[in-house]
Design a protein. Structure first.
Length: 237
């Protein structure tokens, strides 16, 4: 995983995310099975490269995913309320024979990959079974918000996907909603008051404007049926 000190996302007060360093941005789609359970990610459209750009976080821009100034018109309250503790300081552990799972529930973006095959927590407890261990690792790695992290019990090291620094805009057709901003590859996120959040391999930022854990996603894009105008969702109307 390559990193650059130039990659940065700045949360502005009651305004957009200012992205700098030329981070590539594209859509990424949750693919579900016939029962609606997510099973994999698919790549969507990519956006033209820009060195710096502003992403909407009020959920009302007419130029999604980019800011068009609507936050000022609607007097958007983007106050950051997220806990500023590091991940491991607020994560609970589930220990299995071969794997350990850490779980910081506040970071749940409701992507639901953890629901497959009886659920990640149960699979961790059966991780001496090679097939179930593989599924548990995949489910944890598919968690975009980084709520779930699988650890190798013998080495005590986290098992993480090898992401390059980038941004994915999640679309969730099975839930009929546009999801959060998926920040990958260890990008620095700075709060409006200058606080530097812990750098992680994967986090999700709210872009529907409804999260109670700003700037991070808490899944409210689903209950609010947030739609950024994506064609896949519009076809379902």
């Amino acid at each position: 995983m390559s990193k650059s000190k130039n990659y940065k996302i700045k949360v502005t007060k009651n305004g957009p995310y200012i992205v700098s360093g030329g981070l590539p941005i594209a859509k990424e789609i949750i693919v579900a099975d016939v029962k609606g359970t997510p099973i994999r990610w698919d790549k969507g459209e990519s956006y033209p490269a820009q060195e710096t750009y502003a992403l909407c976080r009020c959920g009302k821009s007419k130029n999604m995913p980019f800011c068009d100034g609507t936050h000022a018109v609607i007097k958007f309250d983007g106050t950051e309320t997220a806990d500023r503790k590091n991940y491991l300081d607020c994560a609970e552990k589930t220990e299995g024979p071969d794997l350990i799972l850490t779980d910081a529930e506040k970071l749940c973006a409701t992507a639901r990959f953890c629901h497959r095959a009886s659920g990640t927590w149960q699979l961790i407890e059966k991780s001496d079974n090679p097939k179930l261990k593989e599924i548990a690792i995949q489910e944890a790695c598919d968690c975009p918000g980084g709520r779930l992290v699988a650890w190798d019990k013998s080495s005590k090291k986290p098992i993480e996907p090898a992401f390059e620094p980038s941004i994915s805009l999640i679309e969730d057709p099975a839930a009929n909603a546009s999801g959060p901003i998926w920040v990958k590859g260890g990008v620095q996120i700075e709060s409006a008051d200058g606080f530097l959040y812990e750098i992680r391999n994967r986090v999700t930022l709210c872009r529907c404007g409804k999260s109670k854990n700003k700037p991070f996603c808490d899944g409210r894009h689903i209950t609010s049926k947030f739609n950024d105008g994506d064609e896949l969702l519009n076809k379902k109307k």
